[in-house]
Design a protein around this ligand. Sequence first.
Ligand code: SIN
Length: 309
Amino acid sequence: MTLRVEPSGVGCGALIRGVDLSRPHSPAEINLIRRAWLGHQVIGICDQNLEISDLERFAAALGPDGDDPFIASIAGHPRVVEVRREADETTPVFAEAWHSDWSFLEASPAGTLLYGKIIPPVGGDTLFANQYAAYDALSAAMKSRISGLQGIHAARRSYSPGGVYGERDKGRSMAIRFSERAMATQLHPLVRRHLETGRSALFVNMGYTIGIDGMNETDATALLTELFAHQTRPEFVYRHRWSPGLLTLWDNRCLLHTATGGYQGHQRFLWRITIGERRADFTKRSKCLGSGLCDSNAVHPGRASSGFP
Ligand code: SIN
């Protein structure tokens, strides 16, 4: 059977059929999947029947291990975490806020794999917003205003002891480990060039961008609020509907995503692996430091910056 790519026809996203990742895949298959991923930003590979080892093998073919702070991995599988919610759970839905995975890290991840094991009959879709399109649609005045600015990213609103998943978050089935380390901040340009496609994308998100370097809180809040409203406009958004055995791969460098609820009374359970930037691409990033379009690579642990909680 040959691999087929079916574009969603909206802001981003495609489904892939005709590939079985439970058996070793050829370099040609990986290249085709990679091209579809880079071209459509998020792909759903349908009808898979995978063991954890199959998922790990596929992840290794895509890129190096990504860092997964604040969530404990599955015993014996250091790359894999569980995204889960029990039928009777009442905690806030995990990741129900627009974000790019772990954007508060110096080496924020290139991609994320999420594999549907138990999928509720209703609700639980994941929404994706195309950040190339969001950047392209900005006015010339806004593009010039944000050019060269650096966003301050931190995990504090979610993963610090006082955060959404902190001390007060009781009864959650996911293995979240909150920590003071979530107070650390990291700069990334508001406009970031994708190292594999060369395209510019807006790189701020409501979940983790807490300020703008060198800008006072009032001005930064006003600018970020405007960008947050713009970047998830309906024309940039694709609604990804899950089914058991659907393997989803998204690109954190040019997409935002958010989980959604609507499945109270049903269990939802997925395996997740974070994919790091490939070494060759990472080297490119180091070379373009200072261009205003690459990451700053600067870490400012817990600094009292113009970032605000
Ligand atoms: C995530 O952001 O990793 C989870 C998305 C989802 O559960 O739909």
